[in-house]
Ligand binder design. Structure first.
Ligand SMILES: O=C(O)[C@H](O)[C@@H](O)[C@H](O)[C@H](O)COP(=O)(O)O
Length: 262
């Protein structure tokens, strides 16, 4: 049983006055991590987040100036979570990434490892995605994949990926992928588990908007209460966490954070 060790490293917090500066910095980080991983290991494995915040990053990466900096045939895309809907559904995280990024970049289809959420049995969807991960990363028993980069958002209720308050998924330490029923959404979701996310080399959180300010303060500076604030479970043992946030979301933080120049 893997014991979750809280990383001693404090998370890095970068505050941006405007969304475009945040998006530019995130794209720079993404390209840098991609080039380093491809240089070192011949491939870049990255987990995309759903939600609205990362949309601007995907759209920027799809523009010529940025997409030409990445050799897409060596990039492997995964998802941190998915709604339990078909890939052409308007709420699908895959569809959002497809429209903002995949249609514009020359990534081979076999490098796109989506969560096949069209299957009506959510548990089967989770099991299939878990098999895909084990196969791709050639994992042995009790081994976790090590992604080069995991992108995450955070809901105003403190959830991240589809690790929602009050769900057992927050405390999952063995499985790679689970399909929790989320009461507040009245639906199930499919999500990577904390040990998978925490095994990543780099994790970047994108948090913007005044509606996230109180939650961001509670997550970063408040008491440790995982069931109320699942985003607190994200503490990689080795990797590093970067919080890329806008001024509105950071307004209540007391930690001395540098305002990144635009
Ligand atoms: O499937 C999803 O919706 C995401 O994985 C989810 O975890 C998202 O990142 C947060 O809900 C924040 O969403 P926003 O960026 O839209 O605020």
């Amino acid at each position: 049983m893997q014991k979750l060790i809280r990383s001693q490293m404090k998370p890095e917090i970068q505050v941006f006055a405007k969304l475009e500066a945040l998006t530019h910095a995130a794209a720079t980080e993404f390209v840098q991590k991609a080039q380093q991983a491809i240089q070192a290991r011949g491939r870049f494995t990255v987990v995309l987040s759903g939600g609205s915040t990362p949309k601007s990053l995907y759209a920027l990466l799809a523009t010529q100036l940025w997409r030409d900096q990445i050799s897409w045939n060596q990039v492997h895309l995964f998802w941190g979570d998915e709604r339990h809907v078909p890939p052409n559904d308007s709420s699908s995280n895959f569809r959002m990434a497809q429209e903002q990024l995949l249609f514009q970049v020359p990534i081979p289809q076999e490098n796109v490892h989506r969560i096949k959420a069209e299957n009506s049995d959510a548990q089967a969807v989770a099991a299939e995605y878990e098999r895909d991960l084990k196969q791709f990363f050639q994992l042995g028993e009790h081994e976790f994949p090590r992604f080069d980069l995991v992108l995450l958002g955070m809901g105003a209720n403190g959830h991240t990926a589809s690790l929602f308050p009050g769900t057992a998924a927050v405390h999952e330490q063995t499985r790679l992928v689970v399909a929790p029923w989320v009461e507040e959404l009245n639906s199930d979701r499919i999500t990577l588990t904390p040990p998978v996310i925490n095994n990543a080399n780099t994790i970047i959180f994108f948090v913007t908007g005044v509606e996230k300010a109180a939650t961001l303060k509670a997550v970063l500076e408040g008491q440790h209460q995982l069931d109320r604030l699942p985003a607190q479970i994200i503490h990689p043992a080795q990797g590093n966490v970067i919080w890329m946030v806008d001024q509105m979301a950071a307004r209540l933080l007391s930690t001395a954070v540098s305002l990144t120049p635009d």
